[in-house]
Design a protein around this ligand. Structure first.
Ligand code: ZN
Length: 273
């Protein structure tokens, strides 16, 4: 079986320190968490910027600072979020891609809309086309975030129109309110819904994170873990760090006889080099 890519979604846009005091907020904390996850076996880190008070940030210079600080520490693949879920009303949607110019190797790309918590995560077909153009312009590979099956259809349509290149790197995110429920049957259905020769990874929200991660390891996909999706290590026990969650998946994978991908391995698997 191919080596396992572990992606660490270390902060997210919603999780707060009220939920887990170990959540990284500042650029130094995010860079240190990325480094710790890299040491624990992660080959990708998924980044949302926060202001020092924890509020979601779209300031490009803050993303630049985070990218720079991570790159001085290790060679982990950086995937920046382009989510507009927390975009302030006075900012245009251009703010969602303003930091692609800092050349992350990956960035999230959500081809379609979904109810997400008490918000609506809006990605119109027109917006997706414009976002795809920015990915091409800056030569960033999209990490195609799938919250429900309809988004796969939209991604395939974008590829047919040559707006995004294949093969895809899909990130199935199961268990978001309004999205596909986090069950193994649904995971199998998503896998069956994408054309072969595409790479896929899976994440799940809350207590479904670990079960979906473990099934994914056995099914040959890749995994995403981290505080963006879940802050617990086990029932009623908060995780000490993102790295603790990464370390557990790396151990399980090795126990199951599946090696863990280094960033260089992951770059080859994802056709980044
Ligand atoms: Zn995210």
């Amino acid at each position: 079986m191919n080596k396992l890519i572990i992606s660490a979604a270390i902060t997210g846009g919603i999780t707060s320190r009220q939920k887990n005091p170990n959540l990284p907020y500042t650029s130094d904390e995010i860079a240190q968490a990325a480094y710790d996850c890299w040491n624990a076996g992660a080959s990708i880190v998924h980044i949302h910027a926060r202001e020092n008070d924890g509020s979601p940030s779209y300031r490009p210079e803050l993303y630049e600072e985070i990218v720079h600080k991570i790159r001085t520490k290790c060679n982990i693949i950086i995937s920046l979020s382009t989510s507009g879920l927390h975009l302030p009303a006075d900012m245009t949607e251009d703010a969602r891609w303003a930091y692609l110019k800092y050349n992350p190797e990956l960035a999230s790309f959500s081809p379609g809309s979904v109810n997400h918590g008490d918000k609506v995560f809006i990605n119109s077909p027109d917006f997706s086309k414009r976002l795809a153009f920015q990915f091409k312009k800056y030569n960033v590979k999209p990490e195609i975030e799938i919250f429900h099956e309809g988004m796969i259809n939209e991604a395939l349509t974008l590829a047919k129109d040559d707006d995004i290149s294949t093969p895809f790197y899909f990130q199935f995110v199961l268990g978001v309110y309004g999205g596909i429920t986090a069950t193994c049957k649904n995971l199998l259905h998503l896998i069956d819904s994408i054309p072969e020769k595409n790479t896929w990874s899976a994440a799940a929200i809350g207590r479904n994170q670990l079960p979906i991660n473990l099934h994914t390891i056995l099914l040959g996909g890749h995994v995403r873990t981290g505080f963006e999706d879940n802050v617990y290590y086990q029932y009623r026990e908060l995780a000490k760090s993102n790295a603790q969650l990464v370390e557990r998946l790396a151990k399980y994978s090795l126990d199951f006889g599946r090696g863990v991908a280094s960033p260089e391995d992951a770059r080859k698997i994802l056709n980044l080099i």
